[in-house]
Design a protein around this ligand. Structure first.
Ligand SMILES: Cc1cc2nc3c(=O)[nH]c(=O)nc-3n(C[C@H](O)[C@H](O)[C@H](O)COP(=O)(O)O)c2cc1C
Length: 188
């Protein structure tokens, strides 16, 4: 018996109106794996993130992520047209810790994490067989945070190396998840 297959969560496509989550838990407590690149070309990288948001802009659903230019992933998300955000159940916390501590420029950290890259439904960036939630995004906008615009001076404490994030807005094209992420109350 293939135990790995047995453990892979069953994901179904979730309409935005049925998407059910606590957004603060999702970013701050559960964390996401942000992946950009091209699975087919074998050129992609990922990193753990906990800063970001989901919402609406320009009448479109979007995800916003913030990537420091020092990350190896930065070179991918900057160059490729899309990115995925994947969330995992608690048993994969060590994998997310590893992917958020090591850099893809120093070796094959994805292989070391044990996660399995698989094709996404609508974008070139991969998702993972073990993910319990996959959000596929197409880049709409990017901008470097400018310290001149920091209204609260305490924000500078996050940048001792002056490596100000570049924020990316991605239009949400697809959400797939386990039943945990689907509204059960019949709301439409
Ligand atoms: C819980 C957690 C949250 C993180 N959130 C972010 C983030 O929002 N933005 C960011 O640039 N780095 C964030 N990081 C750091 C990157 O994941 C880390 O530097 C990673 O090793 C970069 O990998 P890479 O060089 O392969 O891109 C986070 C790390 C952890 C552990």
């Amino acid at each position: 018996m293939d135990l790995r297959f047995e453990r892979e969560p069953m994901l179904t496509s979730i309409a935005l109106s049925d998407f059910n989550t606590d957004i603060f838990d999702l970013f701050d407590r559960d964390w996401f794996l942000l992946t950009s690149g091209d699975l087919q070309a074998g050129s992609f990288n990922c990193m753990t993130i906990s800063w970001g948001s989901l919402g609406t802009i320009w009448n479109r659903p979007f995800a916003q992520v913030a990537v420091r230019p020092t990350r190896h992933t930065f070179g991918f998300i900057d160059r490729y047209p899309d990115f995925s955000l994947c969330a995992f159940s608690e048993e994969y916390r060590p994998a997310l810790q590893l992917l958020g501590a090591k850099s893809g420029r120093d070796g094959d950290k994805i292989k070391e994490s044990g996660l399995t890259p698989i094709a996404s439904a609508k974008i070139t960036a991969p998702a993972y067989a073990e993910a319990s939630l996959v959000i596929e995004c197409r880049k709409l906008y990017a901008q470097d945070l400018d310290p001149k615009n920091f209204i609260d001076p305490a924000i500078m404490n996050s940048y001792p190396k002056q490596d100000f994030h570049r924020v990316y807005f991605g239009e949400i094209l697809e959400i797939r998840g386990t039943g945990r992420y689907t509204r059960q109350d019949g709301h439409a």
